[in-house]
Design a protein around this ligand. Structure first.
Ligand SMILES: [Mg+2]
Length: 176
């Protein structure tokens, strides 16, 4: 069970993901979390950098699907700018929504990666189905009260993995 919590990659932000590297692994489907992965928790829409990143994904031949535990309103509003399929109220780490997202992209577990900022929902949910899992550092500290508690546990876990040499800590080089 513990292996299912260990991300395959840990990067500072989605912009640090080696997209060509994913392609070389045979991955061309991306299931992507929204809150604190793409934008700050509570940010209503995608900013320009996010929109440009999605355009780049398309150029490279990726299919993408947003997967969020947040509400329909929040998720639908977000997709207005990026125009890609989305699954809301996903109940991650449950498997069902991940399967739904793969079906929406026409991809399977060997051609899909999950990208998210939370170990116990995004990473665990994806790895349960055998997906390649990319953990990003959360954009902001602001989030659901329940998430904040989980976050403490997550930090202890990630620090331990880094100490044990099972995970490389990302280099943070954030643009303003
Ligand atoms: Mg998130």
């Amino acid at each position: 069970m513990l292996e299912l919590l260990v991300p395959d990659e840990y990067v500072a932000s989605v912009y640090d993901i080696d997209l060509e590297g994913l392609k070389r692994r045979g991955i061309d489907g991306l299931i992507i979390d929204i809150d604190n992965t793409l934008v700050r928790w509570g940010a209503k829409t995608a900013d320009r950098r996010v929109v440009e990143w999605f355009a780049r994904l398309e150029e490279l031949g990726f299919r993408a699907c947003l997967l969020s535990n947040n509400t329909k309103d929040r998720v639908v509003k977000f997709t207005e700018a990026v125009r890609i399929p989305a699954v809301y109220r996903a109940a991650k780490p449950g498997k069902r929504a991940f399967r739904k997202a793969m079906a929406a992209m026409g991809r399977n577990s060997s051609t899909t990666a999950v990208i998210g900022d939370q170990v116990f929902t995004d990473i665990y949910g994806g790895k349960r189905l055998g997906l390649y899992a990319v953990l990003v550092m959360p954009i902001d500290e602001k989030e659901f009260i329940t998430t904040r508690l989980v976050r403490k546990l997550e930090r202890v876990f990630l620090d331990r993995l880094v100490r044990q040499g099972k995970l490389k800590k990302p280099v943070v080089n954030r643009q303003a």
